[in-house]
Design a protein around this ligand. Structure first.
Ligand code: BES
Ligand code: ZN
Ligand code: ZN
Length: 475
């Protein structure tokens, strides 16, 4: 959707002009318009809209440098622009970036493309409901077309993650999810291998199998790999995503109303990993990455895992299952222990893991914790600020881990009532022996009303974060 402006792009009825605050005269507007825009900008307006019949122009003044919050404000302007353009039924927009501030125009385009997202698959009247805006043609003074193409792939990857999250379990079973990953791999150019139930049994992934026991659908374990010849890293970066396609809680059934109603989002961590793989491979970043997705639904079937059951995990550890609703950590544990075979330079898992993370920081940030170097933790937090998928670090002190000890098994899957996001993190840590970061995205993964360009439903959180972090630090 985001393309470089060419002669073939043709006429557009909408134009967004990003310019340096004090350079209005350079825009060569008709006198009256120049005076109007200039006065509005002087008066503190952050965007000036000029509409004539069915044509519209947006003037966005920026400074030479923009901080993280400033960029986020520009993405928000992009979202405002797409809503006006769609209301006017305009099909293409030209983004004229005259600012010389490389990130400013990019942020506006990003906000337009992400805010323009719709999930219409199940609507009878999808044609009528579809947004008119289909093309953003970028014209800029500086920068090259590869940056524009990179942004196009990255936004497509984010929207793919949103689509996956928004799909209900009636469509997106574990097996269907794996098919979607195969498809994403074909489109973006990464390898995908899907382990079926038999193979999962052969690998003794007792956590994934336990969670799947109440289900009539089979589990899958999907392995994605992108290994270009020019990879800069010797050891891969491994990404792991929680792929619970629906979480009823299992026998420890979630107490509806409320708590089960959004649980199709419980594979948002996995969706983020698919989106990240898509953006990295699609943009041919010189980095070796592996993505692992354990997937199943969590249901109270006849043979479902019961509270007090003791299960044996992929790494041989035993776990006393005290609450079947704490299922994410069971399937992630198997993936974390499987990841040891790659000897990863860094492993990052993403999961809608705990309500505790939501209570602690709400939907505006993800909870992170980990054993990776202080510098890696810091770099991730910096990427979080620059793409505005912010993170808050929590400690992994030993005392939290003590809560996860069982008298009759190596671990239990339930801690005390407090700091649930951290005790869950301590549980996961047990299955790692490499530098690792855990990202609990339970808050920001799914929202029940739009927040700027983050549309209602799945947000695709994690994709832009991982892309930025990996591009800046491993390429
Ligand atoms: N999928 C949930 C966590 C969740 C909550 C995700 C809200 C998104 C929004 C997870 O499997 C869960 O049920 N966690 C329990 C763990 C508890 C039983 C230890 C929780 O957080 O309540
Ligand atoms: Zn649960
Ligand atoms: Zn869950």
């Amino acid at each position: 959707m985001i393309e470089k402006m060419t002669k073939k792009s043709g006429q557009t009825d909408a134009e967004a002009i990003v310019f340096l605050k004090n350079n209005i005269s350079e825009l060569q507007l008709p006198k009256e318009e120049q005076i109007f825009v200039s006065n509005e900008v002087k008066g503190g307006k952050e965007m000036v809209t000029l509409q004539r019949l069915n044509r519209v122009a947006f003037f966005i003044p920026v400074s030479k440098e923009t901080d993280d919050a400033g960029l986020e404000a520009l993405r928000g302007k992009g979202n405002d622009i797409q809503s006006v353009v769609n209301r006017m039924k305009i099909s293409s927009l030209r983004l004229n970036d005259r600012s010389g501030n490389d990130s400013a125009g990019r942020a506006v385009a990003e906000g337009i493309a992400l805010g323009n997202y719709q999930f219409l698959k199940y609507l009878k009247a999808k044609k009528e409901k579809q947004n008119s805006l289909g093309h953003i043609y970028v014209e800029r003074k500086s920068g090259n077309s590869s940056e524009i193409e990179e942004l196009n792939v990255l936004t497509a990857a984010t929207l793919l993650a949103r689509d996956l999250v928004n799909e209900p379990v009636s469509f997106l079973t574990a097996e269907q999810f794996s098919k979607e990953m195969v498809r994403a791999g074909k489109m973006a150019g990464f390898k995908v291998e899907v382990l079926n139930k038999k193979q999962i049994e052969a690998h003794k992934m007792g956590g994934l199998l336990a969670v799947n026991r109440g289900s009539i659908d089979h589990p899958t374990f999907t392995i994605m790999e992108y290994k270009p010849k020019n990879a800069k890293n010797k050891k891969p970066v491994v990404l792991i995503g929680k792929g619970v396609v629906f979480d009823t809680g299992g026998l420890s059934l979630k107490p509806t109303p409320g708590s089960m109603d959004e649980m199709k989002c419980d594979m948002a961590g996995a969706a983020a990993v698919v989106g990240a793989m898509y953006s990295i491979a699609g943009n041919k970043l010189p980095v070796h990455v592996v993505g692992l997705v354990p997937a199943t639904d969590n249901r109270p079937g006849m043979n479902a895992v019961a509270p007090q059951d003791i299960i044996t995990m992929h790494d041989g550890s035993t776990v006393e299952v005290l609450n079947t609703d704490a299922e994410g950590r069971l399937i992630l544990a198997d993936a974390l222990s499987y990841a040891k075979k790659y000897n990863p330079e860094l492993c990052i898992d993403l999961a809608t893991l705990t309500g505790a993370a939501v209570r602690a920081i709400g939907s505006y940030a993800s909870a992170i914790m980990g054993t990776a170097s202080h510098s890696a933790m810091k770099k991730l937090a910096e990427s979080g600020m620059s793409v505005w998928e912010r993170t808050v670090e929590f400690p992994l002190w030993k005392e939290y881990g003590d809560e996860m000890k069982s008298d009759i098994a190596d671990l239990k899957n339930l801690g005390s009532a407090n700091a649930g996001q951290i005790t869950a993190g301590k549980f996961l840590e047990h299955f790692t022996d490499y530098p690792w970061i855990h990202i609990d995205i339970a808050g920001p993964a799914y929202i029940n009303g739009a927040n700027s360009y983050r549309t209602k439903g799945g947000t695709g959180v994690g994709v832009r974060l991982l892309f930025d972090f990996i591009k800046k630090n491993y390429c």
